[in-house]
Structure formats: structure tokens, C-alpha cells
Design a protein around this ligand. Structure first.
Ligand code: KG4
Ligand code: ZN
Length: 351
């Protein structure tokens, strides 16, 4: 059987990414350009700058990828792109380019849900986890617990009521005068931190019925602590490291605790952790510690597929394409607030 080639395009936030997935050989190439340096001086992503940079980078990156994989546009069978959730302007750049290109080539375009792609990312490297499984999706914009019943059948069982876990890391880094993105910075500093110096709240941890998270109180608590330490002239490097240690512990405990509740509630044998915060070493260690004792398997995509990439978009695009779920009229519309349990509602899969 002739293999199918899917070109994947990701532009939902501050990474521009392209990939080609071959239905027979798997991933044959992928490229990621991070805009971190562009946004660093603002301490966070500036949406308009992100859109403009996607416009600059996307076509040359598609060109490079085709050269690198020794393919031409005529070899591509469908173009999959992130249609949501994300920044609307950034999503529109990917949608306009993907639909324009697909229309001109006379091939289908396939709108993809960014978070579904994150939770299928481990399949880029290994066979599927035993279903049903629980996916913990933790990024700069989302913190979700999803019950994956089958490929395409998802139930949102828990989510953050306020800030996302990645956002909590990023805001803490800003408070401590560290650079963006904050997660890796806090994690690095925490390695030098001592335990039992500071303690931060784990909101909702006593509520064993709820699978939801809350991180805004944690951030406020850090803010007051930093203010007080500054007034006392005590915010030195070791103190910042100790604060980072305790803050990271609080986030990791919340994430592991609620995942544990979900595993028990739905009688699950495997957990997938995905999204940028999934790169956090302490989270990985604690997840394995807690779940190996219970005989529950914990699966992570490798670091390059944990953070935003187009390989996961192309892979998810292949499944959609094979199911016949395509963007029939090359609609440019995107859905910045697309919920993961509404993937299949609506004719063109826009939720
Ligand atoms: O999934 P992602 O690459 O982009 C989206 O938000 O969609 O996630 C980025 C987030 C940022 O908030 C960043 O601070 C966080 O992931 N992050 C980390 C680590 N690496 C990235 N958080 C904690 N520890 C890390 N090692
Ligand atoms: Zn993401």
C-alpha cells in the first residue's frame, strides 16, 4: 500500500514548527523554531509579535523541511494544522497558510486540536498506552486531566480553576527576577534549594472529590513572601533557591495528588504526562515514585515532543485524515478556546 504523507504545522503560541509524518515509516522530519528570545524582554508572549514572526518563519521552514526530507509539495497527501486552542492571531497564520497551500495543491486540510496532539505525542515513539488511560496535560496555558477512553474519545475530568501550572512557574520566575520561560529557571534554581525552609499551600488538596487544580493562591502567597523578604533585606541567592524548591514542590504535589485521585476513581493502569511542564524533572521523579508502587505505568514523550512541536500535529492529522475528518471548505476559522471534550462537535471539527 502506498504510504500517506502528512505535513504538520504548529503556530498556536510562541513556537513555529513543521513536520512530515509518513503513515508507513513514521516521523521523517521535523523542525521547531522557538520565539523565546523575541518575547524574553517582555517577560511573556506578546501575541502580535508572535503572529508576525510566524508569518516570517513558516514558509521558509516548510521549504527547508521539504529539502531536508527530500520531498516535494506534490508528495504531500494532506496538511494538518493547529486550529485551537491558542492565540487567535498566531493560529490564524497557521490556518491561512495551511488552507491556502492545501487548496492550491488540491489536497485536504485537517484542523487539529493542540491538546489532543499533546496527549497523542507519546505515540510518536511507542505503541499506545493501554486504554483507558489518564492524561495529565500541563502547559503554559492549560492544566487538564483527561480520561482517554479510546483514540478520539476524551472526557475532561479535571482542570485548573485559575492559572495553568506553566503560568504559575512563569509568574513565580518573574517575581524572583528570573527570565522567561520560568519553568526551567525555577527548576534549575530549585536544585540548589533546601527543603523545609519555606512551605506553600496546596489548594484543593483536601477536597478528595474534586479533580480540579488551583494555582493563583500559590502565586499570591509567593508574592507576599518575596515582599516580606525584600523588606527584611533577606532575599539572597540561597533564599531564592529555597523559595523555588518549596514552590516547585507545591505545584508538583498538586499535580501528582489529583492525578492519583483520578487513577483511583477511574481504575486506571496507565498515565500519560504531556505538555511543556511535563519536562519538569521533579514532576517526572515524583510521578514514577508514586505510581510504580501502585503498579501504574507512567508514560512521557521525550523532551523534544513534550514541548510544542509539529510532529504531534502531523501524527494526529494522519488519524483524522484516515477517519475522513477534514476541513471540507478550507475554512480559515480557528477556535482559540476550543475545549478538548468538544473535538467532534460541529461539522468541521471546530467544537
Ligand atoms: O506546552 P508548552 O511548550 O507551550 C504551551 O504553553 O502550549 O509549555 C510551555 C510551558 C511554560 O510555562 C514553561 O515555563 C513550562 O512549560 N516549562 C516548564 C519546564 N519546561 C517548560 N515548567 C517546569 N519545569 C520545566 N522544566
Ligand atoms: Zn502546547
Amino acid at each position: 500500500m502506498k504510504s500517506l504523507l502528512i505535513l504538520g504545522i504548529e503556530s498556536s503560541c510562541d513556537e513555529t514548527a513543521t513536520a512530515i509524518y509518513d503513515s508507513e515509516k513514521g516521523l521523517i522530519g521535523h523542525q521547531v523554531f522557538s520565539q523565546i528570545d523575541l518575547h524574553k524582554k517582555y517577560g511573556g508572549v506578546v501575541p502580535e509579535l508572535a503572529s508576525r514572526d510566524h508569518i516570517r518563519k513558516l514558509l521558509p521552514m516548510i521549504d527547508n523541511l521539504l529539502k531536508e526530507t527530500e520531498k516535494s509539495l506534490q508528495d504531500i497527501n494532506a496538511i494538518a494544522y493547529t486550529a485551537g486552542p491558542g492565540l487567535s492571531g498566531a493560529l490564524l497564520v497557521g490556518s491561512v497558510m495551511s488552507n491556502g497551500l492545501a487548496f492550491s495543491l488540491g489536497i485536504p486540510s485537517v484542523p487539529i486540536h493542540h491538546m489532543e496532539a499533546h496527549l497523542l505525542a507519546p505515540l510518536l515513539e511507542q505503541e499506545s498506552a493501554e486504554m483507558p488511560f489518564i492524561a495529565l496535560l500541563v502547559s503554559g496555558g492549560h492544566t487538564l486531566l483527561v480520561l482517554v477512553k479510546s483514540k478520539g474519545e476524551y472526557e475532561l475530568v479535571g482542570q485548573t480553576l485559575d492559572d495553568a501550572a506553566g503560568e504559575a512557574f512563569d509568574k513565580a520566575a518573574k517575581l524572583l527576577g528570573l527570565s522567561y520561560p520560568g519553568g526551567p529557571e525555577i527548576a534549575k534554581l530549585a536544585e540548589m534549594g533546601k527543603p523545609d525552609i519555606f512551605d506553600f499551600p496546596r489548594p484543593l488538596s483536601r477536597d478528595k472529590e474534586s479533580l480540579d487544580f488551583s494555582f493563583s493562591g500559590l502565586k499570591t502567597s509567593l508574592m507576599y513572601r518575596v515582599k516580606q523578604l525584600r523588606n527584611d533585606d533577606a532575599l539572597d541567592d540561597q533564599c531564592r533557591a529555597d523559595l523555588s524548591y518549596a514552590y516547585q514542590e507545591a505545584i508538583v504535589d498538586s499535580l501528582v495528588g489529583k492525578t492519583e485521585l483520578a487513577v483511583v476513581k477511574y481504575d486506571i493502569n496507565s498515565v500519560i504526562v504531556a505538555g511543556g511542564v511535563g519536562a519538569n524533572k521533579q514532576l517526572r521523579t515524583k510521578m514514577v515514585d508514586v505510581f510504580s508502587k501502585k503498579g501504574v505505568e507512567v508514560i512521557y514523550p521525550s523532551l523534544e515532543f513534550c514541548t510544542d512541536n509539529a510532529a504531534m500535529i502531523a501524527l494526529t492529522g494522519l488519524y483524522r485524515f484516515q477517519q475522513g475528518i477534514i476541513n471540507e471548505n478550507y475554512q480559515i476559522t480557528v477556535n482559540p478556546r476550543w475545549s478538548i471534550d468538544k473535538i467532534y462537535e460541529g461539522k468541521n471539527a471546530y467544537g
